[in-house]
Ligand binder design. Structure first.
Ligand code: ATP
Ligand code: MG
Length: 417
């Protein structure tokens, strides 16, 4: 088998499935998926490991499937992380320029970033990313590239994303159990954004929603930088659950009905008459049952989208996103969700599937794989030092948070024997 050096592997551990993707970047800089595997996951819910043995087994299954389909051996991988334990702070730092002509050089920027990277965070937390938001020259904010500018003081604002050290450690251990070495851990909202957003959207301002089975991951971009992230621990699983309870049918049937018939827009409602749902009586017209299904799904999705909107409003970003909302993840396929989001957010909304990626159509055209594909895209940027403008921590391997995170992981691995 070819070794990993030419390829990168990424593992997305979702609430409903674990998937491993193996990719390589072609000469034209397009990511090509060489193989992938997906396995049902019962060991991790909403980003939290609830059963480490089951989690490790699902990871192993998906890795082995990906290896078989690509004939590439996987011993290392980039891993996605999410969960409501993840949070962020904005962190300002500044230095006085020492050079006589006071022109900012790359060395000044590197020095400032290395100082800014020494983040004071409680021992219960671990930093996942430090992303550059903006620079300031003599207190003039909004500078994206300060090199060559004249100033006495150079400042930088970092978006520091961190999470619970214990919960991250559990994810690390479930991967370690599968004998996979972790290259780096990447925020899932960041990965999904890499997969589905255009650079124009990131520049103008856009909200990304990855609505999966157990979580809704949110990222907001402005001036090409991530400025906000949030994980709501609610996803499509709750809709299925409500259908199951509301219609008094098994979860498996509720899931089937949701995917085939549920629609959050009553105008486009289909009759349930074609579907056998056990003992439930079905009328051919828009029946009481249809209305019930509609109201269950509509109210749950409305609630979810309103919770996200309120959160974004509370941070004041709702007016700075001319490109509107891009929805990806499995639940983006729920019928009518784009229209409903459009009326709730009162801005343009589109569905997001991975862009600039080639490979088997089942792997590259499905929004459930946005995170896995985005993990590969982000990983290639780290490995090749391409477009590093937003990575405060990843200018060079062996420095900054990239190094510290590896240290953090290796400490965990050592302490766990
Ligand atoms: N056609 C469809 N219509 C409605 N919902 C769908 C459809 N296809 C998939 N889903 C839902 O998408 C969800 C799975 O999405 P996804 O694979 O993105 O989640 P995940 O990554 O496993 O979980 P998470 O990221 O939330 O931890 C499930 O709730 C599933 O019911
Ligand atoms: Mg997911």
């Amino acid at each position: 088998m070819p070794t990993k050096d030419d390829y990168i592997a990424a593992i997305d551990i979702g609430t409903t499935k674990v998937c491993t993707f193996i990719g390589a970047v072609k000469k034209n800089n397009i990511l090509e998926i060489r193989g992938y595997g997906t396995s049902e996951c019962n060991g991790i819910k909403k980003g939290i490991v609830v059963d480490i043995n089951k989690a490790t087994k699902s990871i192993l299954n998906s890795v082995e499937m990906a290896e078989k389909s690509s004939k590439i051996f996987v011993d290392r991988a980039y891993i996605g992380i999410t969960g409501k334990h993840i949070s962020f702070i904005n962190n300002w730092n500044e230095i006085n320029l020492s050079s006589p002509n006071k022109i900012v050089k790359k060395a000044d920027v590197d020095k400032l970033i290395s100082i800014a990277n020494k983040i004071n965070i409680s021992s219960q937390h671990s930093v996942i990313h430090t992303l550059i938001r903006q620079f300031a020259v003599d207190d003039e904010k909004g500078i994206m590239d300060p090199i060559g500018l004249s100033t006495n003081k150079l400042g930088v604002e970092l978006l520091v994303i961190y999470g619970s050290a214990t919960l991250i450690r559990n994810v690390v251990n479930s991967i370690k159990g599968a004998n996979i070495e972790i290259e780096d851990i990447i925020l899932e909202a960041l990965a999904s954004s890499e997969a589905v957003l255009t650079s124009e959207e990131k520049e103008s301002g856009v909200i990304l929603l990855d609505i999966g089975g157990g979580t809704t991951d949110v990222a907001i971009y402005k001036n090409k930088k991530m400025v906000f992230t949030y994980c709501l621990p609610v996803g499509g699983g709750l809709i299925t659950n409500d259908i199951s309870i509301g219609l008094n049918i098994p979860l498996i049937k509720a899931e089937e009905i949701k995917k085939k018939f549920a629609n959050v827009d009553y105008n486009f409602y289909e009759t349930l008459s074609r579907l056998n749902i056990g003992d439930v009586k079905i009328d051919r017209n828009k029946t009481a049952l249809n209305i019930k299904l509609y109201s269950i799904v509509n109210s749950r999705v409305k609630e979810l989208l309103n919770l996200v909107k309120e959160k974004i409003e509370s941070y004041g970003y709702i007016y700075s996103v001319p490109c509107g909302v891009v929805i990806t993840g499995g639940t983006s396929q729920l019928k009518g969700i784009i229209g409903l989001a459009n009326s709730i957010f009162n801005m343009p909304v589109r569905m997001g599937v991975p862009i600039e990626v080639e490979g088997p159509s089942k792997a590259v055209a499905d929004p459930i794989f946005s995170t896995a594909i985005g993990l590969l895209k982000y990983a290639f940027q780290i490995e090749n030092f391409m477009d590093l403008s937003q990575f405060g921590e990843k200018k060079q391997r062996g420095t900054g948070i990239f190094y510290r995170f590896r240290e953090f992981i290796s400490k965990i691995l050592k302490s766990e024997g």
